[in-house]
Write a protein that binds this ligand. Structure first.
Ligand code: GLY
Length: 211
């Protein structure tokens, strides 16, 4: 980055859904303001879905909107939240209730980062991919019917096919007023499953699977 004439600052927060709140979004904006960043600054969300949603929301509001890139490091974030420009934080009344549509400048996904994921986190992402299979892809269902090893062997194809399907829905309905709502398959009931357990009893992927 230095040779490109750019300076990188990092802002790190505790992992988990509990961190996806307005206080943290404002802390990130305050940090950017302290650094006197201007509209030419870029936020880069390196992490899972919580990171992407939080950094994306901060990017949508800091200085009334600056660019950001998504660098998902979980399967779930790679195939869902990093694509499509939905950014948000949770408030006590519910998940993702304060947010903005803000498309990332780029999504950069290195599938090797999935190798360090605990099984339960990897399986979270699988639930989302199976959703794309149910919606539109016999090929995804074929891979998933063969089990986790087959999924891992074909992970590049799984991500590419899932993102292709998601991007297609988003291109046709960016602001979620019609066909994009198909992507909520499993989520609407899933959110109701997650909330009573304070987002800890069931993971997001498990909740989507149940949904
Ligand atoms: N996760 C559903 C959507 O992006 O519309």
């Amino acid at each position: 980055m230095k040779t490109a004439g750019k300076t990188v600052f990092s802002w790190v927060f505790p992992a988990g859904e509990a961190s996806k709140n307005i206080d943290n979004a404002m802390k990130l904006c305050a940090y950017a303001a302290e650094l006197k960043l201007g509209r030419n600054a870029l936020f880069a969300a390196l992490g899972g879905g919580v990171t992407g949603d939080l950094a994306g929301f901060a990017a949508a509001t800091f200085l009334r909107g600056i660019d950001y890139v998504q660098i998902p490091t979980t399967l779930l974030a790679a195939v869902d939240s990093s694509v499509g420009g939905k950014t948000a934080v949770d408030i006590p009344s519910g998940k993702n209730l304060v947010g903005a549509f803000k498309q990332p400048l780029r999504v950069i996904c290195d599938i090797d980062t999935f190798e360090t994921l605990p099984d339960v986190v990897f399986h979270d992402g699988c639930a989302e991919c199976i959703k794309y299979g149910v919606l539109q892809s016999p090929r995804l269902l074929e891979i998933f019917s063969k089990g986790t090893e087959a999924v891992k062997e074909n992970i590049a194809e799984v991500v590419a096919e899932s993102v292709r399907i998601k991007a297609d829905y988003v291109a046709n309905d960016e602001f979620d007023t019609g066909i994009r709502r198909y992507l909520n398959l499993g989520h609407t009931i899933g959110h109701a499953v997650e909330k009573p357990g304070n987002f800890e009893r069931f993971s997001h992927g498990e909740s989507v699977g149940i949904g």
